[in-house]
Design a protein around this ligand. Sequence first.
Ligand SMILES: [Zn+2]
Length: 358
Amino acid sequence: MKPAVTTTIALTGLLATLASPAQARPFNDPRAERMPAIEADAAFAGQPRDPACHTSTLASTGGALPASPSTLAIRWTGFANFELSYKGQIMLLDAYFDRGSLYPPLGFKADDVTRANVILIGHGHHDHMSDAASVGIRTGATIVGAPLTTAKLLSQKVDPQKLRTASGRESVVMDFGPFKVEPILGRHGEPPKTLVDAFGGALRATAPKPTEEQLAELAIIRSRGVQDPRVVTEGTLAYLITLDDGFRIMYRDSGGAVTDFEKSAMERAGGRVDVALVAVSASYLNTETVPRALEHVRTYKPDVYIPAHHDAAYNNLWRATEPLFQAVKDENPNIVTASRGYREPLCFNTEHNISRKR
Ligand SMILES: [Zn+2]
């Protein structure tokens, strides 16, 4: 008798596994384990696997857009670049793709980006906007930036009709199809000089020296960005992006101090976002980067925290994200932390969002 009972239990278990709706669902929403409503959403689970959420080809370079109108795909493409695709529209956050041969390859070139509806530039340093003009001109996308950023784009032959300038000091909401965008004045990171000098010196002393060609290449890329010191206080925008179903994203491409403008924008928006895409501070030591990440997370109160600006040239140090994840979770175990490789999609079922009752 005993072996028969064991077999029955084993078979029942196997059948339950085979019948699991996880097989059919279009993708795994990173919030699913923390939010029973996503896990229990039968309509969502019944949809077929969505190619846009399982391939590493950007929608902007010809890859699939999400199949369902409630699916948002987010892809990180190095430094503070992200691609958002939603309801057939593509929004790029920052545009720094051709970084030069000292950097790890992203798997595509600026020339490959042929589709984009909107480009939001956080600030005008070259490592955030060096490809904004060429990509904007090729795709016909509207480009949003601070005055210093759009002045640079004008000098790069971008059609003035395609530019939207924002100081981020007043509450302005821009409509781009299914995306509503509020530019907010942030502040650029200001890593302590003692750290920059000490770590910069150590890296220069130990890393292979760039060749003359590599230096020339970097000089051209650098010339496509803004070098004005006012970028720190007047030229760095955070963006609050709200989808037409209420799903909210906060994007910040520099790990500087939170401003009063950001605090009031968050108050107006109900105090929370679904996803925060935030640059890791450039201060090298985790004793410096962790408190700054906590300041961002306490301000935006995201359900999902996704870091940015943590990769580096081959001869440099990537900024560690795990110490940030640990500190964020120590403070609030319900926050989901997520980081992916270049171009790998993170997909969200945006029907479930902070603006709605879950
Ligand atoms: Zn910068």
